[in-house]
Design a protein around this ligand. Structure first.
Ligand code: AQP
Length: 332
């Protein structure tokens, strides 16, 4: 069976971007003839500083977000990365396969390290090798992600190809990215050229999965837009990033496409459209945030689910790591 792997970093709470670009897609792939493995990638989170208590909380919150959105621990394997040592072990092998020049081209590293790259952690630089290990430790064939992860998935294929070539064996599969839907790149509500991000300094830039109805409505009301009315077809959104972002979000939440949305709302002003969007967002997100809050009351139950998932994950990844060690020439 084809195998799906994906993850989310506990570097803060979940955003609407994580939900539409990732979790909603994860839920859709569950039980569709794929074996599905979903991870809270805590080792990735610490590539930038995380307060230990905040990291524990975010890890549980993301696990709660997965479950509340419909990831069923009986149907999918759900765990946190650090409990399965194979990820870090395989990442070391991949650190020795990947080339410095490949890593230096990664735009996420350049964005996150900023002008002060000398001061970035070595882990942040090596991030894509760990991500390749996350995926290839399971021989995953499909990886649902947002648009921003496309380059890292190409690097994952490069690492698999080089490993297979160096050792003359067809061992690691070439993973397919699955980047689909109306909201593969949800933008900041304050700046249509920036991705909505959990670590953005401005809370007004994002919708958090834990925001209440008034907060969501307020953030959408204050979202940056242009003064024009909505166009009646997608072409009219081309040079209007903020308008396009809000329409994309609407389409993704309503499980439809941009053209269908514009057929309904084309010609309307944002003063009319924004309350419609807020109402839809609250209707879709409130049941999830209520369930997340309930789950967060019982952290022990979340931890037990993650522990059990980690055992299931290890049962798949441990033999793949052992085989990798044999191929590389490690004696045991
Ligand atoms: N704005 C977004 N639109 C669509 N998809 C998104 N994803 C993240 N932001 C958006 C997708 O969510 C998955 C998990 O991402 P991640 O948490 O591992 O890392 P990230 O992409 O770096 O997310 P953030 O929110 O921007 O975190 P910080 O601020 O800590 O770096 C991925 O599939 C991603 O594509």
């Amino acid at each position: 069976t084809p195998r799906v792997f994906s993850g989310i970093k506990p570097s803060g709470g979940l955003t609407l971007g994580n939900y539409l670009g990732a979790i909603k897609r994860f839920v859709e792939m569950q039980g569709q003839g794929f074996e599905t493995i979903y991870c809270v990638v805590d080792l990735h989170a610490i590539t930038v500083w995380q307060d230990p208590d905040a990291l524990r909380r975010s890890t549980r919150e993301i696990a709660a977000g997965y479950i509340a959105s419909g990831i069923d621990p009986h149907k999918s394997i759900l765990f946190n990365q650090s409990q399965v040592a194979e990820h870090a072990q395989l990442a070391w092998i991949f650190n020795c396969v990947a080339r410095m020049g490949w890593m230096k081209r990664m735009t996420q590293f350049k964005d996150k390290a900023g002008k002060n790259a000398e001061n970035a952690s070595l882990g942040l630089f090596g991030y894509p090798a760990l991500m390749a290990a996350d995926i290839l430790a399971y021989h995953a064939t499909h990886v649902p992600v947002g648009e921003d992860q496309k380059q890292h998935l190409e690097l994952t294929r490069d690492i698999a190809t080089k490993f297979n070539h160096d050792f003359g064996i067809d061992f690691f599969p070439l993973t397919e990215p699955v980047i689909e839907g109306a909201a593969t790149r949800v933008m900041s509500l304050r700046d249509g050229s920036k991705k909505m991000s959990k670590s953005d300094a401005s809370d007004m830039s994002r919708i958090n999965m834990t925001d209440d109805a008034d907060t969501i409505a307020g953030k959408i009301r204050k979202a940056r837009t242009d003064p024009d009315a909505l166009p009646s077809e997608a072409k009219g959104l081309e040079d209007r990033p903020e308008a396009r972002n809000l329409v994309n979000i609407y389409a993704a939440l309503a499980d439809t496409d941009v053209d269908a949305v514009l057929r309904d709302v084309g010609g309307r002003q944002f003063s009319e459209f924004k309350p419609m969007l807020a109402e839809l967002a609250v209707a879709k997100l409130a049941p999830i945030s209520t369930e997340m809050a309930r789950l967060m009351q019982a952290p022990d139950e979340i931890d037990a689910i993650l522990r059990h998932g980690a055992e299931q994950a290890r049962a798949i990844s441990a033999p793949i790591l052992q085989r990798t060690y044999d191929i590389v020439g490690m004696v045991r």
